[in-house]
Design a protein around this ligand. Sequence first.
Ligand SMILES: Nc1ncnc2c1ncn2[C@@H]1O[C@H](COP(=O)(O)OP(=O)(O)O)[C@@H](O)[C@H]1O
Ligand SMILES: [Mg+2]
Length: 373
Amino acid sequence: MIVNSLKLRDYRNLKEVNIDLDSVLNIFIGDNGQGKTNLLESIYLCSIGRTFRLNKESELINFEENKSLVELSLIKNNYKINIELILEKNKRKQVFINKVKLDKTSEMIGILNNVIFTPDDMKIIKGSPVERRKFINIDISQIKPKYKYLLAKYKKIITERNIILKNYCTKPDNKDIINIWNDYLINIGTEIIYYRNEYINNLKKFTIDIYSDISGNKEKLDINYICNIGNVNDMDKSDIKDLFRKKISSNFQQELQKCTTLYGPNKDDLSIKINGKECKYFGSQGQQRSAILAVKLAEIEIIKNEIGEYPILLLDDVLSELDSKRKGYLLNYIKNIQTVITTTDDNDLYNLTKYSNKKNFYISEGKIGNITN
Ligand SMILES: Nc1ncnc2c1ncn2[C@@H]1O[C@H](COP(=O)(O)OP(=O)(O)O)[C@@H](O)[C@H]1O
Ligand SMILES: [Mg+2]
């Protein structure tokens, strides 16, 4: 997949951008606060319709304006696709694919596949299980369109089931109703667990080899799915369902006491270990960075396997975080993958000179210009 061009109007501090991207490497160099992350964010927005930052949607529109436009064109399987987003203050965002308006933003997920790597990704290792579930959910949604519907449905089921648990003692007829919601929970939850198990096994497979290469065959990275209902490795859907049902029935009293759903994929986690030790607690900064790098490169391979084309890779200010060995490994790995790199460091331009296919851009106060080689 290749992104050919990007057009922005009043997107954050990027008032007017019209750029054609190189099919391999694109480097945006600029000081802090000039708009580099904003630019990557606008590309990311075209993949899932949401920002990867914590901001509210209205903050994506330039402070002085009421409306913002993001337009991107790409080639996927030899087919030209135009993605357009219109953001307006106090209005629902509008998304158009080849000029056809989508009913829901989520329908755009899976068209532009990307992998983004930012310094913030360390929270996949260091952060709470919520961060790891978010990471898994976004990744699976990109390649399995059904998954995001299951997640949305599951969320509603949990909300409804928690209300029933809360009122259980005072409303006797809830005894029948809870059984219905248990079935919903188990059926939809099982589907989610099945997708996650498959995805994490894939991730595990790729990260083992990649991490071993990065560490010079000295260390082993082991990623495992910590499914909250128990070990589901190698289980088919009916086994998962049986396990889920047992967990729910044997812990029902506990759930009643706490008035909340305690078991299911809403409580899942990932374990990331290096040489058998949990990376979060025992990994050095360098090992944690290598582990994340391996995860990101594995994400690329999983998407390639699934859709037959490489995704676009967005690297936000991460080169300076990597030592020269890891940087070299990464740059060598991505030789055939369209990549957008942002950096504050002039040296990165020199490190990347060996690439014949590349475009260099400077970015200053939201204005972008070409740097001729
Ligand atoms: N909605 C907005 N309108 C105008 N400027 C914005 C908006 N949101 C963020 N900015 C500005 O964008 C700049 C930060 O851009 P960013 O892409 O994060 O910089 P960097 O080049 O360091 O990655 C800041 O100066 C910030 O004030
Ligand atoms: Mg930035």
